[in-house]
Design a protein around this ligand. Structure first.
Ligand SMILES: Cc1cc2nc3c(=O)[nH]c(=O)nc-3n(C[C@H](O)[C@H](O)[C@H](O)COP(=O)(O)O)c2cc1C
Length: 169
């Protein structure tokens, strides 16, 4: 699938077959994450891969909107190193770019994925930091549940002329 087709047809997948993705697929997703643009090219991200069922269940228990995680079979928590944030905001932007890269790569190779937000929910972030044993400077930004899709979603055309402004507002 070419990149434009991937962008135009990607949807959040929340139902999974339960088949766990291979290490080769996982490495490709991580590679996509690492290729994201980042402010000053500081690449502040860390990726925590979770595959153990009981660990996935513990994360899902602490995230109201990530109940699909154990069924997905794999979670990637994208975290940012606050020590590498030169200006407030860059860390979340950089990690978000990495998350989107991973979502698109997953879709491009026939997997399904959904971005489950952690930042800026402080309670959720604290729970994830505790469960994942994150050092103080490592901020969990988002969780990606990824696996083999068990639902089909059609592309949505969201193009909206009223939101396009030329030269000035
Ligand atoms: C910052 C952010 C947080 C999100 N958090 C969740 C979440 O916790 N659980 C979930 O099922 N989907 C979550 N989503 C996915 C959105 O619900 C989804 O992208 C949106 O409904 C558009 O649908 P689409 O991804 O199929 O195009 C999140 C998306 C973003 C960008």
């Amino acid at each position: 699938m070419n990149v434009v087709d991937a962008i135009l047809t990607r949807r959040s997948i929340r139902k999974f077959t339960g088949q766990v993705i291979s290490d080769k697929q996982l490495n490709l997703l991580l590679k996509a994450g690492f290729q994201a643009p980042s402010a000053h090219n500081l690449q502040p991200w860390h990726f925590i891969v979770v595959k153990e069922k009981k660990n996935l269940e513990e994360l899902a228990d602490n995230h109201q909107y990530a109940k699909m995680l154990p069924q997905a079979g794999c979670g990637i928590i994208v975290c940012g190193d606050a020590n590498k944030e030169t200006r407030v905001g860059f860390l979340v932007e950089d990690c978000s770019a990495a998350i989107q890269n991973i979502l698109l790569a997953a879709h491009g190779i026939g997997l399904g994925a959904v971005w489950c937000g952690i930042y800026p929910n402080t309670d959720r972030a604290s729970a994830f930091s505790r469960i994942l044993k994150l050092p103080e400077n490592i901020i969990p930004v988002g969780l990606i549940a990824v696996g083999y899709p068990n639902e089909e979603k059609t592309a949505q055309d969201r193009f909206d002329n009223t939101k396009i402004h030329y030269e000035t507002w």
